[in-house]
Ligand binder design. Sequence first.
Ligand code: ZN
Length: 496
Amino acid sequence: MSFYRIYRPKVLDEIDNATVRHTVELLLTKPKTELPHAYLLVGPRGTGKTTTARVIAKLFNCEHPTKSGAPCGSCGPCKAIAGGRHLDVMEIDAASNTGVDNIRDLRDRVALAPAQAVWKIYIIDEVHMLSTGAFNALLKTLEEPPTHAIFILATTDPQKIPATVVSRCQVVSFGKAQAPDITHALERIIAQEKMKIDADALSLIVDSADGSFRDAVKNLEQISFHKGTITVDVVRSNLGIGAHTARDTFLANILAHDTNAALGNVQNAVKEGIDIKVFLVDCLRELEHRLVDHVITKNTAGTIHLRTLIECFSDAYSQLRTSPIPELPLELAVVEYCEQKNEKISPIINTPLSVIPGLLRPSEASSEGGIRNPVPKLLDPDPLRRSEASSLAGMTKKEPSSEPISTETLGLITREKLIEHWKDVIDELKPFNHSVAGVMRSTRPKEVVDGIVTIEAFYKFHQEKLSEVKTREVIAGVLKKLFGEKVRVEVVLGKK
Ligand SMILES: [Zn+2]
């Protein structure tokens, strides 16, 4: 079993997020019958929502609470809840199809008395994924909850939850975990595992986790096999935090706009097993230092370049979590930064001649000896565009086309193939984003044209969810992985 599961907080004192811990502690000060019937836990992934939901469930159903009223963590019900097998504590994943069915049943079953315990508790994860119908059913139940029922809803996306539901819940907010909270979590494990670690090494692990308890614990576990005291160097080599030289070479190449060299550095880092996330943070930190230096020395040009690069890298960082290929966001950032510079020199990029509207047919015609020469010109539906294209051709420079570049499509992805392998696509998405995979189950591939895969969703909120740029990138990444072709993904709203 992994550290994260072994050391998942089981009792109140072990909730590492101080704000959340205090909120839950406040619940102990009142008799249970006076506590709210519904809780909404809001925060990013890996911040401890499920853990806290279970602690609240224990708080209601523990047989031997402490003097302060906190759950003991060791009685039968506490253990069953920790293992997710308490008969009166139902855990529902709203992102799955069964989740929706469970909500429909919920209204009928919630009225029944608990089987063993005093309280019947529903934990609904990813609650924002519920359909409008399911939300309505839930709302009815929340409006008049049976006295024995408690609802604990958890979400990463609170804005998708109807205000009518939110207003009936006690909201508990989990921000990104703060460094002291993560340190609190790691120190607990370090003590129990009897590990020896330098303070600097511990803060390096905390820094590398980007506010996620789960990542921090995973990184600590990776180092736990080291014998003797854990130093900064041990952390660096075990977590694949590269030496400064690799980072500095990379930064020098990218700042010189040497796209190829910089991409080569990224590939080398991957080969050497360097953790891209940690590498990226290291780069950002270095850029931050340089930026401060530039500002102090009033180096305006240098400041602008660094700011642009920091923006590119920050975007890459925010996409790391959902990227199917770990190094891809960094590679895109390299290309984006280097090409921004090129665009400033000349806004005109090279687009293949054949895709410019109006150019193709006249040139085809002339190559066929002029017999059909006048025909395409007369039939041209859009003379303005054609004349624009001709004048551009005269300049021998081409304007970027707003259309996708169709010459790059390989034709490896077809609608038929997608229909046949849709389930594989969904399965492949699961590890990257469970809720997206859930939504994809109720969609179908509509068409594949000019390197654009159009997906048909049947609910507005499904379409909105899938249309998010990051989500479309993840889907495109999976399609690339499965079929070997780079495509763009669009999502439209269809009728059933
Ligand atoms: Zn207990």
